[in-house]
Design a protein around this ligand. Structure first.
Ligand SMILES: [Zn+2]
Length: 50
């Protein structure tokens, strides 16, 4: 893996259970957020990490 630039990462955390993941792609992060919220009704927080 040769990364020339630092990509922003998306840190997805559920405040109501132990779900926590890191994504390079914001779309995937949003996808998990939506899915998890829909399935469980939990509150997800998406943060940006560099
Ligand atoms: Zn949850």
């Amino acid at each position: 893996m040769s990364s020339t630039a630092q990509k922003p990462k998306y840190h997805v955390v559920c405040r109501e259970c132990s779900v926590e993941r890191l994504y390079d792609d914001g779309d995937e992060a949003t996808d998990l957020e939506r899915k998890h919220t829909k399935e469980t009704g939990h509150r997800i927080v998406v943060g940006r990490v560099k």
